[in-house]
Structure formats: C-alpha cells, structure tokens
Design a protein around this ligand. Structure first.
Ligand SMILES: C[S@@+](CC[C@H](N)C(=O)[O-])C[C@H]1O[C@@H](n2cnc3c(N)ncnc32)[C@H](O)[C@@H]1O
Length: 209
C-alpha cells in the first residue's frame, strides 16, 4: 500500500498541525453532520482522524464513547498531547483501516480524507470489510473525499476523486444493497496557504440487519 505508517509519521513529524493542507481549526461540516446523526451515549469512531480537532469538539459537547483510529502513531500522539487529561476519555487505535478488525460496534463512522487514498481495489475491499464489521445495523457512515473536481494528489500520494453518486456506487459495489445515501454536500476547503480544495461529504445509513 502506498503511504504506509512511515510515510504518515514523517508527514506529521515534519510540519506543525496547523500547517498541514487538510488542517481545520474547526471541522465545521463534519461537526454539523455528526451532530445530526450521533445520539448522546452512542459510540462514534473517527477513521484516519490524524490530528483532527473533531474529537475535541465532540468531547466538549458531551458525546461519547469516542474512538479515534489512525495508521500514524505520531498523529495520535499530537491529539493526545493537545487534549491532555481529556485524552483518557477517548479510545486511541493505531491501525491500518484496510486490515483492522474491530472489537466492538459503532453507531457513527466518520472518515474525512482517508478512503480517497485507497487507489487499489484490495485496499477498498479491506476498508469495506472493516466498515461492515464495525458499523451497527442502522448505523451511519459519513465519508468525505476529494470531489470529482478536487485535487489529484494529497501529501505526495495519488487519490481517487469521487462525486457523491460515484462514491455511493462504489460503496454499493463493495457492500451490495447494504447502504442508502441520506445526504451529500459539497464543500470548498481552504488550506492554510489559501489554496482551494473541493471536497464532497456523503452520509450513508446501513440498511441491512
Ligand atoms: C489527509 S489526512 C486527514 C486527517 C483527518 N481525517 C482530518 O480531516 O484532519 C489522512 C489521514 O489518514 C491516515 N491514513 C492514511 N492511510 C490510512 C490507513 N490505511 N489506515 C488508517 N489511517 C490512514 C493518515 O495517517 C492521515 O492522518
């Protein structure tokens, strides 16, 4: 797999959190979508969370139990240090999403800018296996990727860009008949250097039992 743990540890070691192209001081679109679908007390996981501040905001708003998964130990360390004692209220999972085997179920799965790095069919199949094992029946998957008019690369790696309809089709190909799309939004992310990156955020509900 391109962009393994060493790549991502180097990325997080080389620049401050606020200088990363995907940095958001407030992850507003993610927060809005998660708030709309996560019930108080229901388990939530942020996939490939990196050093995202989504977990900080969800903790502050009293959501939980919360889990944060990333391939990069360096990224997880940044978040844990930033949160201080509050980090003890989060489950930190260092894992590759394409091979991860969850040991519990979650009501809401959030992924901003991870699925689009999976350019190989086998990696996407592994992601789908993890999603299928981790999400409870009726659970919600929020998947944000570079949109069809977004960048072709991120962090020196190629990505697959998706229009919301194309992402829904790919999810249905991976896990046939098991998800319905509830919502899709386009969003223009502005990087710390002022470049514009077109994203799409899609929300799916697991419909099978
Ligand atoms: C572009 S960053 C986005 C980080 C975060 N979601 C955000 O919005 O700030 C991509 C993240 O995915 C993680 N990642 C890449 N491939 C992964 C994989 N196969 N399994 C788990 N995490 C992965 C990287 O370590 C990195 O933190």
């Amino acid at each position: 797999m391109a962009g393994g743990q060493e790549h991502w540890d180097d990325v997080y070691g080389a620049r401050s959190e606020g200088a990363l192209t995907w940095f958001e001081a407030t992850p507003a679109v993610s927060l809005d979508l998660v708030r709309g679908h996560l019930q108080p007390g229901a388990p939530f996981i942020d996939i490939g969370a990196g050093a995202s501040r989504l977990v900080d905001a969800l903790l502050d708003e009293g959501f939980g139990p919360l889990a944060v998964l990333d391939l990069s130990a360096a990224a997880l360390t940044l978040s844990r240090q930033r949160l201080g004692p509050k980090a003890d209220d989060v489950a930190w999972i260092e894992a590759d999403i394409t091979t991860w085997q969850p040991d519990r179920e979650y009501a809401v799965w959030h992924d901003r800018a991870v699925f689009h790095f999976l350019t190989g069919a086998e990696d996407r199949a592994g992601y789908a296996r993890a999603l299928s094992d981790a999400l409870c029946p009726g659970g919600i998957a929020i998947i944000a990727t570079f949109a069809d008019d977004g960048p072709e690369m991120c962090s020196g790696l190629p990505v697959v860009r998706y229009a919301p309809e194309a992402l829904a089709q790919e999810l249905d190909r991976l896990l046939p008949g098991r998800f319905e799309m509830l919502d899709a939004r386009r969003h223009m992310h502005v990087t710390p250097k002022g470049n514009r990156q077109s994203f799409q955020y899609s929300v799916f509900r697991r419909t099978d039992r």
